[in-house]
Design a protein around this ligand. Structure first.
Ligand code: NAD
Length: 268
């Protein structure tokens, strides 16, 4: 039997009813942690994730909260502690795109993406950090008092015309993650980023749902395959586990080489 590296721990995964968040919730549950499956709109999908976790012997519950609303985030963190008694791992995954040419982008499109992708991670991380600091590390559970994983994107470094709100939010996540990692390390709290490349989820359906679109996408991926939610799930389990106990304040790219500037590959 596989060793359950997160046994006895509790995780909260935002936006866990779909795509990468779902993959992360399933992988973390398989590694032995109990999981709060956060959703904002699709309760049925969240319940399915909970059922899938239960089917494989894990424990989870679904919880509705908008990560950009302070009162809803605070209520969600109270709920996970009420249900499971503690929190060990936060995965800040919820995010969206509202694409527009820069000159046509409305203030609402800008604010919505920044509020959910960046401020949402601020609100959730602050609640988690307060809990982790109050409790401290627990012997036999984890060497760290708590772990915070921030879902970023290759667009924290790759500029993205037509998506300035999204790229700015992910660039912001990089400095957000590093700054709180510096501040929280003395409290034995680790903070890390994950920068996925192209992962096959509803957020980027247009980029993979026809053979032509997929071919075009693959020209950007030297490793020549689109990523799957499970690729990120396995990475999240590693980063949350004590195997990664000396890793904090950095972003791990899981992108099949998308950030290697593949346009330069035959230009030597
Ligand atoms: P997705 O659309 O399948 O999932 C996004 C999730 O976030 C959904 O569950 C959605 O309901 C949730 N969400 C949106 N607004 C929310 C809010 N206000 N409160 C709570 N939840 C909210 O997309 P995905 O591809 O799984 O994206 C997950 C994360 O991964 C995002 O942060 C995204 O930026 C990042 N990412 C995705 C890719 C990719 O190729 N798919 C690449 C890089 C980064």
């Amino acid at each position: 039997m596989e060793i359950q590296k997160l046994k006895g721990q509790v995780a909260l995964v935002t936006g866990a009813d779909s795509g990468i968040g779902k993959g992360v919730a399933l992988a973390i549950a398989k590694a032995g942690a109990k999981v709060l499956v956060n959703y904002v709109h699709n309760q049925e999908a969240a319940n399915e994730v909970v059922a899938e976790i239960a089917d494989t012997g894990g424990e989870a519950f679904a919880y509705k909260a908008d990560v950009s609303k302070e009162d809803e985030v605070q209520a969600m963190f109270a709920a996970v502690v009420e249900k499971y008694g503690a929190l060990d791992i936060l995965v800040n995954n919820a995010g969206l795109q509202k694409d527009a040419k820069f000159v046509d982008m409305t203030l609402d499109e800008w604010n919505t993406v920044i509020n959910i992708n960046l401020t949402g991670q601020f609100l959730c991380s602050r609640e988690a950090a307060k809990m982790f600091i109050k409790r401290g590390p627990v012997d036999g559970v984890s060497r760290a008092a708590g772990k915070i994983i921030c879902m970023s994107s290759v667009h924290e470094i790759i500029p993205w015309a037509g998506h300035v709100n999204y790229a700015a939010s992910k660039g912001g996540i990089n400095m957000f993650m590093k700054s709180i990692a510096q501040e929280l390390a003395p409290h034995k709290i680790r903070v890390v980023g994950i920068a996925p490349g192209a992962i096959q989820t509803p957020i980027n359906k247009a980029a993979w749902d026809t053979p032509e679109a997929l071919d075009k996408l693959l020209t950007l991926i030297p490793y020549n395959r689109i990523g799957q939610a499970d690729d990120i799930g396995k990475l999240a389990v590693f980063l949350a586990s004590d195997d990664a106990d000396y890793i904090t304040g950095t972003t791990i790219f899981s992108d099949g080489g998308m950030s290697l500037y593949p346009g330069f590959a035959d230009n030597g």
